[in-house]
Write a protein that binds this ligand. Structure first.
Ligand code: UDP
Length: 333
């Protein structure tokens, strides 16, 4: 059996995808530079190479040593705020990294790639739910580099024997129900892990960024999708390419929006903690409402999100954070 090569397989969504691939009986090779990923997040049955995708000779060596069926590419920086203060870091890692990767793939005749894109490619949406055919006007550098990655894949696929699937995630959240892997960012900027720091006694309250949006309770609405459901979509997208599917782009979300206040309220129910919250000014660049239409992924990839209740999502996240209050630090699996 040939292997699936997962780039960034020590990161949040990458590690969950590696677990899902191995649970589905696949052979997996992981590359990660461990800049934001964690060695402990890599499934013990995966073959692990520590290295950077901007290093062409390193990539060439892996492609020569391993028999690779296709690539799933998560190796990128993904913090919106940092991308605005340090845009060149994002151009370097996300775009130069992908360019080197595609050169090496073309040179080795590896012609299938599934990769992480984002709802941030759309910017402020013109209509809800968002369709893949809607205009893309990113409002931050992170979204801009992901959109450029999509375009790089497109033009490479026109010139060479290579097909790709771009998966535009909405709000990834939750953790593997086995409790071994979960979300760990440093610094943490995402809503659900920040909320759960309150019952974990790492912070006294959660800040609500803006209470004056044009939504049902004045707080932002997002489409929260469980990381295991995202992982399944990557497996289906790779199968789609293996079966001859043409290059394509898919949204991945639940199609249901929750306000920040609703997320906090659900976390109170799940944890049994009062979780004090304070309304603060809006965070720059936050669109009011982002909800996906994932009909295309459901129809073409036969994707069916399984963990689609907010309560289940937060329960799995809480199981992880309660037992790993410092993420992977000072812990072994
Ligand atoms: N948010 C918040 N307080 C926080 C962190 C996030 O109110 O401490 C809000 C944020 O404004 C957005 C939603 O929660 O409306 C989700 O933010 P997150 O950073 O998790 O994901 P994003 O939607 O930016 O990708």
């Amino acid at each position: 059996m040939k292997s699936i090569l997962v780039l960034g397989g020590a990161g949040y969504i990458g590690s969950h995808t590696v677990y899902a691939l191995i649970e589905a009986g696949k052979k997996v090779v992981v590359i990660d530079n461990l800049e934001t990923g964690f060695k402990q997040a890599v499934h013990p049955d995966a073959t692990f190479y520590e290295g950077d995708i901007r290093n062409r000779s390193f990539l060439d060596e892996v492609f020569e040593r391993e028999e690779i069926e296709g690539v799933i590419h998560f190796a990128a920086n993904s913090q919106v705020g940092e991308s605005m203060t340090n845009p060149l870091k994002y151009y370097n890692n996300n775009l130069c990294g992908t360019e080197v990767l595609l050169e090496s793939m073309v040179a080795h005749g590896i012609n299938k790639i599934v990769f992480s894109s984002t709802a941030a490619t759309y910017g402020e949406p013109e209509s809800i739910p968002i369709l893949e055919s809607d205009p893309t006007h990113p409002t931050n550098c992170y979204g801009e580099t992901k959109l450029s990655m999509e375009k790089m894949m497109h033009w490479t696929s026109v010139a060479h024997d290579l097909r790709y699937v771009a998966l535009r995630y909405f709000n990834a959240c939750g953790a593997h129900p086995n409790g071994k892997i979960g979300e760990a960012h440093n610094p943490e900027t995402h809503l659900i892990p920040l909320i759960l720091q309150v019952p974990n006694e790492k912070r006294g309250h959660i800040s609500i960024f803006g209470g004056d949006y044009d939504t049902k309770d004045g707080t932002c609405v997002r489409d929260y999708i469980h990381v295991n459901d995202l992982a399944q979509a990557h497996i289906l997208a790779m199968e789609y390419l293996v079966n001859g599917g043409e290059s394509n782009t898919f949204n991945l979300g639940n199609g249901v929006g929750f306000t920040v206040k609703e997320v906090i309220e659900t976390a109170r129910k799940v944890t049994g903690h009062p979780i004090p919250a304070k309304v603060e000014p809006r965070r720059a660049g936050d669109p009011s409402t982002l909800i996906a239409s994932s009909d295309k992924a459901k129809e073409v990839l036969k994707w069916k999100p399984q963990m689609d209740s907010l309560e289940t999502i937060i329960e799995t996240a809480w199981k992880w954070h309660k037992n790993h209050p410092d993420g992977y630090d000072n812990r072994t699996m």
